[in-house]
Ligand binder design. Structure first.
Ligand code: NAD
Ligand code: UDP
Length: 315
């Protein structure tokens, strides 16, 4: 029977899908303080014999009996709205939280994977962004609580690798979307889909010419597991879909697919909002033999179906 795997942030959007993929063949412990995640994301697993949920804040040390072979560390707010609401908690989850989870990995001799982010590239001057680009981050701006604490988490992870020879991997996750995102988490796709389905104004920030590249959740989960099980310790890999789109086009597409009568309105662009973002995934393709497979239209349809269902039950 597989491995003993611990997933922090396992009741969140990406974490809960990761747990779903792991739980059939492994024993999985999910650690979450339910700050931005939800119990409903894992409620279907609570009776599963391979699954255990522990409500715990990773900024506090964690002692767990028994063997742990793998730690996926995802616990951190991820949406700009969430991390701006709780900047200090965000910094602590990524600094103290990462420290506590690395210490646990050291004691248990477990392999450790850090969920980092494309935000470490800031508002990038290089396009698309390869792993060896050092980024362009404002250290005191509104996004700095997230960007800089993730950069710190990367540096800490590498320090444990160097000092103790620990098996670590860093995933730089680019924008990911799919079912189980919160309709109010403030990110572009859940906002646009919810607004379109409710007939509310679709809120595009700035002129909408800024770009993002969206990866469907099932592709991301496969990438995270491949990286964890790869031989590349002490290394960093971009995980994301290079299908780059302007935000205004994403809004229009969602309006069209949902057959919505919503108006697209333009609101001020938040400070330091990156102008362009697209992962260079040559390294992941070559070494992990991973690349995203789900195209944007299909991923959006699956996401919209899910939100339709959720909103129906809410009303
Ligand atoms: P999410 O908010 O849905 O999930 C984060 C989870 O971590 C939540 O369940 C939350 O309750 C939990 N958490 C937060 N602070 C905690 C703490 N101190 N102790 C215990 N649990 C805590 O967000 P997500 O989109 O699933 O993101 C998961 C990870 O992936 C994050 O580390 C994020 O930085 C990274 N990431 C996500 C994206 C994306 O597009 N979704 C992009 C880049 C990086
Ligand atoms: N965005 C938008 N309207 C919204 C939410 C987001 O135009 O209602 C824009 C946001 O300014 C950014 C892009 O969409 O340029 C992606 O935002 P998101 O919060 O999803 O992710 P991130 O900025 O972290 O990439």
């Amino acid at each position: 029977m597989g491995k003993n795997v611990l997933v922090t942030g396992g009741a969140g959007f990406i974490g809960s899908h990761l747990v779903d993929a792991l739980v059939e063949n492994n024993r999985v412990i999910c650690i979450d303080n339910l700050s931005t995640g939800r119990k409903s994301n894992i409620s279907h697993l609570l009776k599963h014999k391979n699954f255990k949920f522990i409500r715990h804040d990773v900024t506090k040390p964690l002692n767990i009996a028994g063997k742990i072979d793998r730690i996926f560390h995802l616990a951190s707010p991820a949406s700009p709205v969430d991390y701006r609401k709780n900047p200090i908690k965000t910094m602590m989850a990524n600094s103290l939280g990462t420290y506590n989870m690395l210490e646990l990995a050291r004691k248990k001799k477990a392999r450790f994977l850090l969920a980092s982010t494309s935000e470490v590239y800031g508002d990038p001057k290089k396009h698309p962004q390869p792993e060896d680009y050092w980024g362009n981050v404002n250290p005191t701006g509104p996004r700095s609580c997230y960007d800089e604490s993730k950069r710190f988490a990367e540096a800490l992870t590498m320090s444990y690798h160097e000092k103790y020879g620990m098996g670590v991997r860093i995933a730089r996750i680019f924008n990911t979307y799919g079912p189980r995102m919160r309709s109010n988490d403030g990110r572009a796709i859940p906002n646009f889909v919810t607004q379109a389905l409710r007939g509310e104004d679709i809120t595009v920030y700035g002129d909408g010419k800024q770009t993002r590249s969206f990866c469907y959740i099932s592709d991301m989960v496969k990438g995270l597991i491949k990286l964890m099980e790869s031989e590349y310790s002490g290394d960093v890999f971009n995980l994301g879909n290079p299908d780059e789109r302007r935000i205004i086009d994403v809004a229009k597409k969602i309006k069209k697919i949902t057959n919505s009568k919503s108006k697209i309105v333009f609101l001020p662009l938040p400070k330091d909002d990156p102008a362009r973002r697209k992962p260079d995934i040559k390294k992941s393709k070559r070494f992990l033999k991973w690349e995203p497979k789900v195209n944007f239209d299909h991923g959006l349809k699956l996401t919209i179906e899910w939100f339709k269902d959720i909103l129906k039950h809410k009303s």
